[in-house]
Design a protein around this ligand. Structure first.
Ligand code: ZN
Ligand code: ZN
Length: 301
């Protein structure tokens, strides 16, 4: 289902952070350039509000110009937190379908590469299987007649709090399988390191990291994993608590995060920080730390 070939292992590593679009989408690209990043992630609409103003043509053009000038690729969009395509409640389901359609149309309009979203909550259903079936129907409805351009839709793994779907690879694989039977758009995955740890994958242990990557390859196909959300974790192993920490400041710690960043199977993935900001309100130190990990420099701050 994927239309794009993975980057070759020799290709330059791609990394960046979730940047702010306050004052316009182009500001997200400006911030990425200022950070020394070559990729970035943004919201195209407020992630906690249903209503969204239309895209501004001049802003979109400037975003494109800055991406070309700064060789910023890929552009990753993170979907709204309000959406629950697995909702059983008719009103919430309908709002989520419209909201997701808007996310896809916006992402395609700004020539984004990936749209990452959380699969949703199964709380309205007796079993996850029923929720996944409903989710795939809702996704098909949301995408009906929409031109996706070069966009690939990525399901993100979750920490598994409440009834959230996507805690285990098996469930993510089932979601993609159900969706792929109903939609034509390319579908893949985003893996968040904090969510993996909180979900019970003890990726701080190097042998378990290896096992986890082997399981991801067997169940998801590592080629379909395009984006890594590179976050340390404030929540304990298996706690299902989704709280991100700066690299090296969480319960995974510097050495474990560095091992993850340096795994050869992940060299062609885009690494995006979604960590709390540095004390000065930027991601400058965070991105610098990520680069040091990629370079294998073991020094700390
Ligand atoms: Zn994430
Ligand atoms: Zn998270």
């Amino acid at each position: 289902m994927l239309t794009r070939e993975p980057l070759s292992a020799e290709a330059v590593r791609r990394f960046g952070a979730h940047t702010s679009v306050a004052g316009g989408l182009a500001n997200g690209a400006r911030e990425a350039i200022a950070l020394g990043a070559n990729a970035f992630q943004i919201f195209t609409r407020s992630p906690r509000m249903w209503a969204a103003p239309p895209l501004d043509a001049a802003d979109v053009a400037e975003l494109g110009r800055l991406r070309r000038e700064g060789d910023l690729r890929p552009l990753v969009i993170h979907g709204s937190y309000l959406l629950n395509l697995a909702a059983g409640d008719p009103a919430n389901r309908a709002r989520s379908i419209l909201g997701f359609r808007d996310e896809v149309e916006r992402a395609a309009a700004i020539d984004a590469d990936y749209l990452v979203f959380h699969p949703g909550s199964a709380k309205d259903f007796e079993t996850p299987e029923e929720a996944i079936d409903s989710l795939s129907d809702a996704l098909a409805e949301a995408l009906e007649g929409v031109e996706c351009g070069s966009l690939t839709i990525l399901f993100e793994n979750t920490a598994g709090g409440g009834a959230s779907l996507g805690r285990r690879f098996e469930e993510l694989a089932a979601i993609r399988e159900a969706a792929a039977a109903k939609v034509r758009a390319p579908l893949g995955f985003c893996l968040d390191t904090c969510h993996l740890f909180a979900a019970g994958y003890d990726i701080g242990e190097s042998c378990i990291l290896e096992e986890t990557l082997a399981a991801a390859d067997a169940l998801l196909g590592l080629g379909a994993v395009r984006v890594i959300h590179c976050n340390d974790s404030k929540g304990k192993l298996g706690s299902r608590i989704d709280r991100h920490a700066r690299l090296g400041e969480g319960l995974l710690g510097w050495d474990a995060m560095e091992r993850i960043v340096q795994r050869p199977e992940l060299a062609d993935k885009v690494f995006i920080l979604e960590t709390p900001h540095d004390d000065d309100g930027t991601h400058t130190q965070g991105v610098a730390a990520l680069r040091r990990m990629m370079d294998g420099a073991r020094e700390r701050e």
